[in-house]
Design a protein around this ligand. Structure first.
Ligand code: FES
Length: 114
């Protein structure tokens, strides 16, 4: 587990980008109050998802509007058809943590690798 940031660093309904062992991660505070982390690149083209809009527990790609379910990584609409990696988030004592492998890279929970 490594600490990414404090809970206050990610206001509800927003996303930030974090470098975790060389992997860009979009850390999202969903409108449901939960924190989520996904690989910070759309599966359709090389666009940072952290720059998109948070709606409910989805994150929208700003370029063509595909929306990704933050719980599964699956796109809920075209043009993206492939899921993005999802990383489990742990919130402890006001800080946000991700599980990492021996090289410090985040471990996806949905079986999708980049
Ligand atoms: S680049 Fe994200 S939907 Fe096209």
């Amino acid at each position: 587990m490594i600490r990414i940031c404090a809970v206050e660093d990610v206001p509800k309904g927003s996303a930030i980008s974090a470098d975790v062992g060389g992997t860009q991660v979009a850390l999202v505070h969903g409108e449901d109050g939960q924190f989520y982390a996904v690989y910070d690149e759309c599966s359709h083209a090389a666009v940072a998802l952290s720059e998109g809009e948070v709606e409910g527990c989805t994150l929208e790609c700003w370029l063509h509007g595909s929306r990704f379910d933050l719980r599964t990584g699956a796109p809920t609409g075209l043009p993206a058809t492939e899921p993005v990696p999802v990383y489990p988030v742990e919130v402890r004592d006001g800080d946000i943590y991700l599980s990492v492998d021996g090289d410090g890279r985040p471990l996806p929970s949905n079986g999708v690798t980049r």
